[in-house]
Design a protein around this ligand. Structure first.
Ligand SMILES: Cc1cc2nc3c(=O)[nH]c(=O)nc-3n(C[C@H](O)[C@H](O)[C@H](O)COP(=O)(O)OP(=O)(O)OC[C@H]3O[C@@H](n4cnc5c(N)ncnc54)[C@H](O)[C@@H]3O)c2cc1C
Length: 387
């Protein structure tokens, strides 16, 4: 089958790899001109690691890990108040854990499909019309082409979802936060650790990217505003949200780029169904979980793998879509619930809440509380464990 995949991110590239592996012909259209630059760090474990291992790229990923021996919380003057050692994190997760740049994972997936799958950068789908035996696609450059299936792997603000299922508002669940991040030169002597600083309703995070002399500054804040400011206004909006904050935050904000600043709300996508006719969705497009789950990339890879496998096992695409969704949708729903629960307490809104969070965290970050931590983290196991 010829399958058009809209979006060459984690879900799209994983799906392309496995479709090709099982004898289909995927074509990927990616809106960005060529790969993506910049990015942010991700925790990577469970299903994502499992699928990466099956693709033979886990070792390559392990070689390119971020220097992250611990995760620390610091107070307004930089004193460490809480420290989570990587060793304990691995114990809680019960399996291999990698700290990666999101772009590292995308590059590895890109490497796995290069020379096997056609990827058209700087392209996007403008319209799609379903027939009984195919999907007629019109591209933004005016070109027309027909495919057997169309899969939207174009992220949380998916245009494919909009075309086939309706506007984003219908499926978006806002968690009451916005985030922003950008790279800064490493003039802070951070070392191999990720550092968090919380103030009421706001969190600043700093971590190394693995590229010499470069760190990522990430900002997370509570807001009822669901709109994302235009690029030219983001820097001012961020500085406004973090005015009068402590630690290194003012210095980091002084280094904010004028317009190349990634900013978005924390939005989950919840849909009654992930497919309609010959069009299906995968990854954030149908099941965005937000960064509080630390499993979005894993679920995107699970989706790519399971959808391709279902298409391999069933001749009829309807049966395949049904099998894929029946397997993964309940898992995503359950992990989204966990991510919402975590979001409620991630950055306490008040000073008293912060003191309580710090005290409880200090108490439970010990080996003796591994079971409790595990429950707090939610289900981190691979959905493919018994396959
Ligand atoms: C700050 C941050 C931290 C995170 N931390 C973690 C973590 O610790 N662990 C974890 O597992 N996950 C984490 N995530 C979530 C994870 O990054 C996502 O869940 C994952 O990237 C989803 O993959 P995807 O392929 O579905 O979507 P994306 O990665 O968003 O990829 C979508 C692709 O589609 C392309 N595209 C968009 N629109 C179009 C269009 N119209 N036409 C063609 N192409 C298009 C985009 O350019 C992109 O390449 C984090 C996310 C953020 C923002």
């Amino acid at each position: 089958m010829r399958v058009l995949i809209s979006g060459g991110g984690i879900a799209g590239l994983t799906l392309a790899y496995w479709l090709h592996h099982w004898g289909h012909t995927p074509v990927v259209v990616e809106r960005a001109p060529h790969g993506r630059l910049g990015g942010y760090g991700i925790d990577f474990f469970g299903t994502g690691y499992d699928v990466a291992a099956r693709m033979g790229i886990a070792d390559r990923l392990a070689e390119r890990q971020l220097p992250a021996e611990s995760i620390c919380h610091v107070d307004g003057v930089g004193r460490v108040t809480v420290r989570l050692e990587r060793r304990l994190l691995e114990k809680v997760i019960r399996g291999p854990y990698l700290a990666l740049m999101h772009t590292t994972l995308e590059e590895a997936l890109g490497g796995a499909v290069r020379d096997r799958v056609e990827i058209r950068y700087g392209h996007r789908v403008a319209a799609a019309e379903q027939r009984a035996d195919g999907v007629d696609v019109t591209f933004a450059d005016g070109g027309h082409e027909s495919f057997d299936l169309l899969v939207g792997a174009d992220g949380v603000h998916s245009a494919t979802r909009e075309l086939a299922f309706g506007p984003e508002e219908r499926f978006a669940r806002h968690l009451g936060y916005a985030m922003a991040c950008y790279p800064v030169p490493d003039t802070y002597g951070l070392g191999p650790r990720r550092v968090h600083h919380n103030e009421p309703g706001r969190q600043t995070v700093l971590y190394p990217t693995g590229r010499p002399g470069e760190l990522i500054a990430l900002f997370l804040y509570r807001t009822a505003d669901r709109s994302v400011p235009p690029r030219t206004e983001r820097r001012d909006a961020l500085r406004g949200a973090f005015s009068d904050t402590g630690w290194l935050t003012p210095r980091l904000l002084a280094e904010a780029p004028r317009d190349d600043l990634f900013m978005d709300g924390l939005t989950q996508i919840a849909m009654p169904s992930w497919h309609t006719g010959r069009i299906a969705l995968v990854g954030d497009a149908c099941g965005a979980m937000t960064l509080t789950s630390a499993q979005g990339a894993s679920m995107a890879m699970a989706g790519g793998y399971l959808l391709a496998r279902a298409l391999h096992r069933h001749d009829d695409h309807r049966a395949a879509f049904h099998t894929y969704e029946a397997r993964l949708h309940p898992v995503v729903r359950q992990r989204q619930r966990r991510a919402r629960a975590l979001a409620r307490s991630l950055v306490p809104a008040t000073g008293i809440g912060l003191v309580a969070q710090s005290a409880v965290t200090r108490l439970i970050l010990r080996d003796a509380f591994t079971g409790l931590l595990r429950r707090g983290y939610g289900d981190t196991t691979s959905v493919l464990t018994h396959d």
